[in-house]
Design a protein around this ligand. Sequence first.
Ligand code: ADP
Length: 190
Amino acid sequence: MAQTLSRGFTIWFTGLSGAGKSTLAQHLYEELANHRDLAVEVWDGDVVRTHLSKGLGFSKEDRDTNIRRIGFVCAKLTQYGVINIAAAISPYREVRDEVRRMVGPDRFVEVHVNVPLNVAIERDVKGLYQKALAGEITNFTGVSDPYESPMNPEVIVHTADETVEESVAKIIAYCETAGLLPPADYSPEE
Ligand code: ADP
């Protein structure tokens, strides 16, 4: 049975499509859940939109509703000692700050997954940029919809210049230094 912490926290990724949010979320899960045996839940934007937020579109209002729902569950589970990892574009600053307040500012780690737009376009992980640039998809963040970078994120990872392992190490180091995550050799039985 995975261990819950006495106080949980939420790692909130924000960044363009293709920036690396899902990849980093999966690697963090692997480290925290599989290697450290902690209770971790990943809230991936694409998955959430097929369940919790099914039917919502990409207007500002629907995007904000989607983010509030993810924030709501993260806030609840954070209270019960779970580590939540949210990986959604979350392009609007105001609703991200609202979620920060819901979770509790001292339990919230905003990670700006920063990548130049041209690199995200080159990666085109899901083939969506090509469609957005051709006008086949509207309201596409970075192309035809805004992205508001965080002003004071706890962590910034530059995924065009860092390996996945380097980005993950940066996030873990922050969480340990901030006292959110026990150091790797920590054992609750000791
Ligand atoms: P998002 O979830 O933000 O839409 P994905 O995680 O699906 O993005 O895709 C990001 C792509 O970038 C993956 O192919 C991943 O292997 C690559 N990548 C390269 N360097 C990094 C890094 N440091 N962190 C995360 N992803 C990286």
